[in-house]
Design a protein around this ligand. Structure first.
Ligand code: EPU
Length: 422
């Protein structure tokens, strides 16, 4: 296993290019299962999660071929297995995204239930209730969801209790081939869903309401393959923005979508960062002190839960005073707090709130995180801290950050990836 060794205290300067979004890659690759033919997906990030979804698709019989650079050709002519095993699903919960396409095209799917994870219980009841409304029979057996639909799925009215990102994506994909109209109310509005809708529309699907919380899908009999590009990763972009806020300096971020980060940009400017924005680039830096801002995570376009841990690291570095960070999406997403406190932060948890007292100097330490974004917050803390920080279990980071060490080194950070000794 490898660890990341960071010598903190060096301001970031330079340019980087943002990779394709992890959370768009997973549904878009799953959507290739909806019809035979060869799909071309470009701007695919080089991530552990990408490799997992490709492994899953291959296990169903699809041929997945990486082309030049970050393009993949996926031939979905043959599907001869309908089961996603526990071994794959346990490493990546988003594997449940294969349920919708399998059910729609093959009328059968057997997918391991993902179970809870480091950030919360994360049930998939909205997905399953949606499929049932569309006429599928769902049975839970031996830890697996067994879904069957003897004929085509039927269009249905589906209303989510709370907007679910992968729930919306799963029902969307299933509805494209259903008979009649499906309406999803209280749908999630994340940009990754719009990316999926663009791909499905290119494949011949009929979808209204892109970007809104009500989607109407008129099922078609057949779809055809399409070429689609994955949108830039807004969470990767946000992570580097917060990093330069923590260290000071100035960086240019290319190939990004600033319009996908409305809340973060507003909060970072209020915290004292200077940010210039173009169509697909950002120039961001900090010269003065940081101020406290309060954060409440919300579904898009609210503040993303996937940047909560990172901005918490930033708030430990303000000039004093308190920031209240409220996590409303996941009940257990404060695993980074204890590790940040080990580095000298002053953070107290009260229910769903983390109260961060600024003004502390962070000091390097040996730390370890239990999930992807918590690990990213420790990287940011390590970049700003005095001394050396060693972050273990970096496979969490490799799940969602393409070439993290190399990009940080391009920005002048002192980072090294080394083998952990036993
Ligand atoms: N929920 C239910 N029942 C369901 C589905 C969701 O109760 O059937 C609840 C969840 O427990 C949570 C809330 O609804 O409290 C929202 O969860 P959502 O379904 O939107 O989360 P997700 O689809 O499982 C995606 C991202 C996460 C991101 C969340 C929230 C992917 C592959 N994953 O998860 O990304 O945090 O939306 O924006 O798109 C990450 O990248 O680090 C990550 C965890």
């Amino acid at each position: 296993m490898e660890k990341l060794v960071i010598e903190g205290g060096h301001p970031l300067h330079g340019e980087i290019r943002i990779s394709g979004a992890k959370n768009a890659t997973l549904p878009l690759l799953a959507a290739t299962m909806l019809c035979a033919g060869t799909h071309v997906i470009s701007n695919v990030p080089n991530l552990r999660d990408t490799r997992t979804i490709v492994k899953l698709l291959r296990s169903f019989g699809l041929e997945c071929q990486p082309d030049a650079g970050s393009e993949w050709r996926i031939c979905a002519d043959k599907i001869d297995n309908f089961e996603a095993s526990y071994d794959l699903v346990k490493t990546m919960r988003a594997s449940v995204l294969v349920l919708g396409p399998l059910l729609a095209r093959c009328g059968v799917a057997r997918v391991s239930l993902p179970g809870g994870c480091a950030i919360g219980a994360r049930p998939i009841d909205f997905h399953l209730q949606g499929f049932e409304k569309m006429g599928a029979t769902i049975t839970l057996r031996e830890g697996y969801v067994e879904a069957k639909s003897p004929g085509r799925l039927q269009g249905a009215d589906i209303c989510f209790d709370i907007p679910s990102v992968t729930g919306t994506e799963n029902i969307l994909m299933a509805a494209t081939l259903a008979q009649g109209r499906t309406v999803i109310k209280n749908a999630a509005r994340e940009p990754e869903i719009a990316n999926l809708i663009d791909m499905l529309t290119g494949m011949g699907a009929r979808i209204e309401g892109r970007g809104s919380d009500m989607l109407a899908i008129d099922g078609v009999k057949e779809l055809r393959p399409a070429a689609t590009a994955i949108i830039p990763d807004r969470i990767e972009t946000g992570t580097y923005l917060i990093a330069v806020g923590a260290t000071g300096g100035e960086i240019r971020i290319n190939n990004c979508r600033p319009d996908h980060l409305p809340m973060l940009l507003d909060k970072l400017r209020r915290a004292g960062m200077e940010i210039e924005v173009g169509n697909n680039w950002l120039l961001a830096g900090r010269r003065g002190h940081l101020s406290n801002v309060d954060i409440k995570t919300m579904p898009y376009p609210g503040f993303p839960t996937d940047l909560q841990a990172q901005i918490m690291a930033l708030m430990t570095l303000t000039n004093g005073g308190l920031s209240v960070i409220q996590e409303t999406i996941f009940e257990n997403r404060f695993m980074h707090v204890a590790e940040l406190n080990r580095m000298g932060a002053h953070i107290r948890i009260e229910g769903r709130n983390a109260i961060v007292r600024g003004g502390g100097l962070l000091a390097g330490a040996r730390v370890m995180a239990t999930d992807l974004r918590a690990s990213a917050s420790l990287v940011i803390a390590g970049l700003a801290a005095q001394g050396i920080t060693e972050i273990s279990r970096i496979y969490h980071l490799e799940r969602g950050y393409d070439n993290l060490s190399a990009k940080l080194i391009d920005l002048g950070a002192r980072v090294e990836q080394v083998q952990e000794t036993a």
